[in-house]
Design a protein around this ligand. Structure first.
Ligand code: NDP
Ligand code: PMR
Length: 399
């Protein structure tokens, strides 16, 4: 009960909207105080006030409205030295695994305000605490990607916080390999594709405007992909293989009623649905790149962070799999990577100046050096990417 109530809290917060100022305050100082330093702290403190409001609400105190100002500059000058202002990054599914490890890696740099966009508010707060992420670096905001209403509510709440959006990381996912029957999102889409792809598709389409407005020097939209969606690899050839087919199931709404719950229109298979969702993720990233990179300068990227065999992703798998999978990946395939290492990898894609290339799918070699990897034929098919985009925008109500 307490958990459920807490999960609803951030959506209920009321913070008045402020217009996003585009005035440049570059290098402005007054009486020795850098304006930019002042503005730079605004987002962090607005988020802190919001966080404290959340906590007050836990004790049934009504949250009061908070006035916020949007930082409108990307450089802060102190002692005549130019430093980049703190970036704001939204990470979906930051309550465990890769998302949590990425939040931790970014928090340790002290250069980021991290918004942990999570479906379970208390779980996320506890995870941040036990990972040792200092309070001033993060804020939890409620987001349930299996409900399009929740996605829209999150976008409203985020905008009301007055924070800029510099990087969006679409990381959350569910994997249901043992499910015999499909389960569904609030709008009736099969849960894996509905959450991993359609929820993120709506989120990133809505937040594209916010990314465009950011004055951060390197704005990025990152959608986490995977090796298992790529049939040009050994891992991608383990059955059931990803295959979107002619997408008749997606066109039919993945409802399992008059149409199939699977993208390709076939029989339900939970493991395949996850792999298909990753293909949709990787195609969406490339379609974003084709449509918006040149116009906006935003970097669109995907990645395979390595096999993080210990995460919650495998929570629905049989116990024997969960026992054997980590040593199998560690000693046989040698594809294993720790949560900490995977977090450092994704953090590089968020913030490394050398990883600004757009339309790219990053991987890491045995020495943990990043390289631009090849996607499978299907996962790089531009016609399929356009079709996934067009069908998805209909399903989420954008077309
Ligand atoms: P985890 O299960 O540890 O993390 C998944 C996160 O997604 C959790 O925070 C979970 O929240 C969240 N989530 C699930 N459903 C929703 C929802 N409806 N709304 C909001 N959040 C939701 O798995 P990983 O860290 O392994 O996975 C992270 C990403 O990495 C995924 O995109 C996955 O495809 C990718 N990946 C993972 C690999 C691996 O080997 N583990 C390999 C390649 C890619 P909650 O904590 O509440 O359950
Ligand atoms: Mg795979 C180099 C070989 C390699 C790598 C890097 C992975 C990653 N896997 C490899 C090989 C194999 N796997 C082989 C040879 C087998 C048959 C024994 C195998 C099996 C297997 C299963 C049953 N692998 C799996 C599963 C899962 O349930 C996981 C999955 O498909 O989740 C969708 C999985 C994974 N293997 C990987 C990675 C990264 C995963 C998990 C997650 C993901 O793609 O997100």
């Amino acid at each position: 009960m307490a958990l459920q109530a807490a999960a609803l809290l951030p959506s209920a917060l009321s913070i008045p909207k402020e217009g996003k100022s585009s005035a440049s305050l570059k290098d402005t100082t007054f009486l020795g105080i850098s304006f930019s330093d002042h503005v730079r702290t605004e987002c962090s403190s607005a988020l802190r006030i919001k966080k404290e409001s959340n906590q007050r609400k836990l004790f049934h105190v009504r949250a009061q409205s908070v006035a916020t100002t949007t930082p409108a500059i990307n450089w802060a000058a102190s002692d005549g030295k130019k430093t980049l202002r703190k970036g704001t990054v939204v990470i979906t599914g930051a309550s465990s695994g890769l998302g949590l490890a990425t939040a931790k890696a970014l928090a340790e740099t002290g250069k980021w305000d991290i918004i942990m966009a999570c479906r379970d508010f208390l779980k996320a707060e506890r995870a941040a605490k036990s990972a040792g992420i200092a309070k001033e670096h993060y804020t939890v905001m409620h987001l349930d990607l299996s409900s399009l209403d929740s996605v829209r509510q999150f976008v409203d709440n985020f905008r009301r916080s007055g924070c800029p959006l510099d990087v969006l990381v679409c990381n959350a996912a569910v994997y249901l390999p043992t499910a015999k029957e499909p389960t569904f999102t609030a709008e009736g889409f099969e849960l894996s594709v509905g959450t991993n792809h359609l929820g993120h598709f709506l989120l990133s389409r809505l937040l594209l405007d916010d990314l465009k407005q950011s004055d951060y020097p390197s704005k990025r939209l990152i959608i986490v992909g995977s090796i298992t969606g790529n049939t040009n690899t050994l891992a991608g050839n383990v059955p059931p293989k990803a295959n979107l087919g002619d997408m008749r199931g997606l066109a039919g709404g993945l409802s399992g009623l008059n149409s199939s719950a699977m993208v390709d229109g076939g029989e339900f298979d939970g493991a395949k649905a996850y792999k298909d969702s990753k293909v949709c993720n990787m195609l969406t990233m490339q379609e974003f790149h084709r449509r918006y990179h040149e116009e906006t300068g935003i970097t669109f990227a995907s990645l395979y962070p390595g096999c993080i065999a210990t995460t919650g992703l495998f929570r629905e798998h049989i116990p024997l799999f969960r026992l054997l999978f980590p040593p199998f990946q560690k000693y046989i395939t040698k594809g294993f990577v720790s949560e900490e290492e995977s977090g450092k990898r994704l953090a590089q894609v968020v913030s490394e100046p050398s990883l600004t290339k757009s339309g790219v799918y990053w991987s890491w070699n045995k020495d943990s050096a990043s390289f631009q990897n090849q996607l499978s034929q299907e996962a790089s098919d531009s016609e399929k990417a356009r079709k996934v985009w067009e069908l998805s925008e209909k399903l989420v109500g954008l077309a």
